[in-house]
Design a protein around this ligand. Sequence first.
Ligand code: FES
Ligand code: FES
Length: 179
Amino acid sequence: MTSEIVRLTVNGRVREALTEPRKTLVDFLREDLHLTGTHIGCEHGVCGACTVLADGVAVRSCLMLAVQAKGAEVTTIEGLEFEGKLHPLQEAFRESHSFQCGFCTPGFMMTAMELLNEGLPFGERELREHLSGNLCRCTGYQSIVDGVLLAVEKVARGQSSTGTDTIPEGSPAAEDAMP
Ligand code: FES
Ligand code: FES
């Protein structure tokens, strides 16, 4: 099978690698870009562990080919922190003990980020529905919901929601993303 160049923006940086057309986005991120924060669970779209944002939409990167992401803006769990500071969602998860083994955590966070990035108010019921496609084998669902709701409070208190789809102007990542 002929390999081809896949060029896309990941966490604000333009990245490219030669890869086979059959390679999934999650394998591309982990193996070719060495971004191993995105986890692989079921590999067939059920568990949500591999969730990343592609052009702002939460996608299962085990179901998407890397070649389908050409030109996309992808955000992975590594893109949440900014200049060494945790994102409010990461801080909220830590404070709310929203993980046990942590395997599902990147997927839950990126799914939650899709909702947080909308910037619209939502309640616990809507949040639970939004997260319902992600599985936690440790069954810590209540603390995950608590973590996201705490993140909403943190953002409302003024901790900015950076490092996701919007890279602040002047940051190294923004400069790298320039054409
Ligand atoms: S690894 Fe992609 S949904 Fe489970
Ligand atoms: S914290 Fe272990 S799978 Fe969710």
